[in-house]
Design a protein around this ligand. Structure first.
Ligand SMILES: [Zn+2]
Length: 359
């Protein structure tokens, strides 16, 4: 099983193992090459009447949904679905970003802002396949940072979804309504535990984003975001949750829908809106008779093939941060070993603030 960071070669080996199993219904082909000439793959299986196209890791540093997809297609209990759907999967659209742990591709372009321009090889490959497949439904699979929670900051956002807008007026065209139906179904069936939330992502229209571009052309697309809660920095727990969300979404595609337009939209808009209310660590201590809050964020750094989460003093959105995944109350004086260097890197063995190594 893959961990949060893996070399592309390891991903290739795992993919190969899964499709080579005698029981595997999947065929695998290379559909093109990234900027740095890494192969991009398409998996195909199923003979059902609903064509579903999904892609993951167009942002290279978002591996959770790729891991969930591999777990999903490695399981035999997934097979009955294939009578009803025809499934196409690009498990990693941005192999160079995945290898180097960057959001962008090797030309430093955010592929999810390239839907109109289409001047990157990965984007061209995607749209070529879209044209060939002509999907009835698309799943655009992403992972998000640790800063998201409910607006009041009471709960971290473990999953979020978006039925992207089709225009600046954010109207609900038929494609957007189909995405809404899928999201409502996931939301009603996947109960988050009491300490976490499932949220709705911001729907400002941006045609350069794949989901908005496709919805505006009446191709239904659901954005999935694997989130973060608690100390799940290896993202193992969320991998299994997002896998269930994908499975639930696929099952919902062949369920009859009885809700009206208004009911669908109303249920969708009742899902809590996502907000940037969280940070990784809050240090709470007394200084000069005042309570001081210092918020820290982990910076993700790839060093010699290891993903390292390095705690730094955080100055983004200090006024909107309302909660943290870890709150540390320091009684009295700050420990003497607490050090903040010129790069804002924070260390204290006494408080257990140090690099997290993801292997
Ligand atoms: Zn993303």
């Amino acid at each position: 099983m893959l961990t949060r960071y893996y070399k592309y070669e390891l991903f290739q080996q795992e993919l190969d193992r899964i499709v080579r199993k005698e029981s595997s219904p999947f065929s695998l082909k290379t559909i093109g090459y990234s900027v740095l000439k890494k192969p991009i793959y398409l998996l195909q299986a199923g003979s059902g009447s609903i064509k579903v196209f999904m892609w993951s890791q167009m942002h290279g540093n978002e591996s959770t949904t790729t891991r969930a997809l591999l777990d999903l297609i490695d399981q035999d209990d997934f097979k009955p679905l294939l009578d009803k759907i025809e499934l196409y999967i690009i498990p990693i659209l941005n192999p160079d970003g995945a290898e180097n742990w960057t959001r962008e591709n090797a030309n430093k372009v955010d592929l999810n802002r390239n839907a109109v321009l289409k001047d990157q090889p990965e984007t061209m490959i995607f749209f070529e396949q879209l044209e060939l497949i002509k999907p009835d439904m698309c799943f655009n699979l992403h992972g998000q940072r640790t800063i998201f929670g409910t607006e009041d900051g009471s709960k971290p956002c473990q999953l979020s979804f978006l039925a992207p807008a089709s225009n600046d007026e954010k109207s609900f065209n038929p494609a957007r309504l189909k995405a809404v139906k899928v999201i409502n179904s996931i939301y009603s069936q996947l109960q988050p535990d009491l300490n976490t939330a499932i949220c709705r992502y911001s729907d400002d229209f941006n045609e350069n984003c794949f989901g908005d571009y496709l919805t505006s052309r009446n191709i239904p697309t659901v954005l999935f975001e694997a989130g973060h809660a608690g100390l799940d920095y290896h993202r193992d727990e969320i991998t299994s949750i997002i896998k269930n969300a994908i499975l639930t979404a696929l099952q919902s595609l062949y369920e009859k829908e009885y809700a009206s337009y208004n009911q669908l939209v109303e249920s969708y808009l009742s899902i809590p809106q996502i907000s940037k209310t969280f940070c990784d660590i809050v240090l709470r201590y007394e200084q000069d008779d005042k309570t001081v809050f210092t918020s820290l964020m982990y910076k993700e750094v790839l060093e010699e093939g290891q993903l390292i989460l390095s705690p730094r003093v955080n100055d983004i959105n200090p006024e909107t941060v309302r909660n943290a995944h870890r709150i540390m109350d320091v009684d009295g004086q700050l420990p003497e070993d607490l050090k903040i260097d010129e790069n804002n890197i924070v260390k204290s063995e006494v408080l257990g603030i140090k690099n997290l190594i993801i292997i």
